[in-house]
Design a binder for this molecule. Structure first.
Ligand SMILES: NC(=O)c1ccc[n+]([C@@H]2O[C@H](COP(=O)([O-])OP(=O)(O)OC[C@H]3O[C@@H](n4cnc5c(N)ncnc54)[C@H](OP(=O)(O)O)[C@@H]3O)[C@@H](O)[C@H]2O)c1
Length: 225
């Protein structure tokens, strides 16, 4: 599979790129507004990985070449970025990691609507792509540190069961626990956990607070759900 990480030059995107490329199962593409920045980041990631596993492209080119597309840009850039890549997402899966944090105060949410960023993405794409929400609660610091397993669980929301199963399977291949957290609408609740985690980071002097689900077991075969 070819996986593009739009905003793969940033903190969360780099973490996902490193984890995906370290796994070695898929081709990994970094997307950026500037092709040169994408190429430079891909070179840096390849140096960190010790082999050539990542390619850098302009956002739309990366989305065009991919089967699965991660979106990892700040909420202020969410709509504009989606509009730029929308023509390339038809029939594909978009994994939205966006948390609509208030740029003035990241301990608060500030949404354009009552919906989650992922639901806004689905509306903007007119249901042309299957939107899955995931990774909103996973710190970039934890993702980027390949020497440590990611010690938090991933809540996966979406309305397309096959797309959600594929993403849950991918997360599990990355060595993380993934739970089906229900329909895309549930991303409203998942997004709202992130300011809480950021506040815990601040209070306890950490940069990688995360969540763990207890009392339920991961189902081994998501496709039979
Ligand atoms: N950082 C975390 O720990 C974390 C954890 C969970 C979820 N998230 C979510 O992941 C997303 C990305 O977070 P991040 O911390 O990785 O962000 P970031 O490093 O600030 O930005 C990511 C990339 O987005 C593009 N970008 C930044 N500002 C933009 C703008 N005004 N217009 C268009 N593109 C812009 C840039 O790529 P180019 O310049 O290359 O185009 C940048 O490298 C956010 O929605 C965040 O809520 C982050």
């Amino acid at each position: 599979m070819r996986i593009a990480v739009i905003g793969g030059t940033g903190k969360e995107g780099r973490g996902l790129v490193l984890r995906l490329a370290a796994l070695g199962d898929d081709e990994v593409l970094i997307g950026s507004r500037q092709a040169e920045k994408a190429r430079a980041t891909a070179e840096e990631m390849n140096r960190r990985l010790g082999r050539v596993a990542v390619t850098g492209l302009e956002n739309r080119e990366a989305a065009r070449a991919a089967d699965l597309v991660f979106l990892c840009v700040p909420y202020v850039a969410h709509e504009e970025t989606l509009r730029a890549i929308a023509p390339e997402l038809r029939g594909k899966i978009l994994v939205d990691t966006t948390v609509p944090l208030d740029p003035q105060n990241p301990l608060r949410l500030k949404r354009r609507s009552e919906r989650s960023a992922a639901e806004e993405a689905r509306a903007l794409l007119n249901d042309a792509a299957a939107v899955v929400a995931a990774f909103q609660n996973v710190s970039a610091v934890a993702l980027q540190n390949l020497h440590h397993a990611v010690e938090c669980d991933i809540l996966v929301c979406g309305d397309d069961p096959a797309a959600k199963d594929l993403v849950i399977g991918l997360i599990r291949r990355l060595g993380m626990r993934a739970f089906d957290a229900g329909p895309l609408e549930m991303a409203r609740a998942v997004e709202a956990i992130t300011p809480l985690l950021l506040s815990l980071n601040r209070r306890y002097g950490s940069r990688r607070a995360g969540i763990r689900i207890t009392g339920v077991e991961e189902d081994p075969t998501p496709s039979t759900r």
